[in-house]
Design a protein around this ligand. Structure first.
Ligand SMILES: [Fe+2]
Ligand SMILES: [Fe+2]
Length: 172
């Protein structure tokens, strides 16, 4: 009886743990794929401010990868990523946008839109991961993931500011 009860209580967490690890692998893959994407975004940006923002986020993305490795380590697991299909699609679309708007006055605004879609995907991913880590009391992983979540949100705000101040106005 006691064993059954125990098993039932453990089950949801066991499943959540599997989901947590799977999502961690997905986001590690996504961050690695994004490094390439950010190089392309940065080299395509016309305004210096936007170019700098993409370059700065490249550096942040490297530290996001580092934090994910530390999170895996804190769970006693090897840091293994998997291909993120969503990031692949977002970056493919970004490339299409870059090509279509290359010589358009709204080119930078188009780059910002593509980058913000990426940021929102990352915010959703890290948001879920932070919740799972909290639920399962993986305190160290929770801290690492929260730090990255905060930077993704800051980047999103910064991109909106650049769009408001420069790109959209100049492109109009
Ligand atoms: Fe990131
Ligand atoms: Fe990001």
């Amino acid at each position: 009886m006691a064993t059954n009860k125990q098993t039932q209580q453990d089950m949801p967490n066991a499943h959540l743990h599997e989901l947590f690890i799977d999502e961690l692998r997905d986001v590690l893959g996504a961050e690695r794929q994004l490094l390439k994407g950010l190089k392309k975004l940065s080299s395509s940006a016309k305004s210096e401010k936007l170019k700098n923002a993409f370059q700065a986020h490249y550096g942040q993305t490297e530290s996001h990868i580092d934090r994910l490795k530390q999170a895996f380590e804190s769970l006693g697991l090897a840091a293994r990523g998997k291909k993120c299909k969503a990031m692949e699609g977002l970056l493919k679309e970004a490339e299409e946008i870059i090509e279509s708007f290359e010589s358009d006055p709204a080119a930078d605004a188009a780059l910002i839109a593509a980058a913000q879609k990426v940021e929102h995907y990352e915010i959703a991913s890290y948001g879920c991961l932070v919740t799972y880590a909290k639920l399962m009391e993986h305190t160290q992983a929770e801290e690492l993931l929260s730090a990255t979540l905060a930077e993704e949100k800051e980047t999103d705000v910064l991109l909106t500011q650049i769009a408001m101040k420069e790109s959209n106005v100049n492109g109009a």
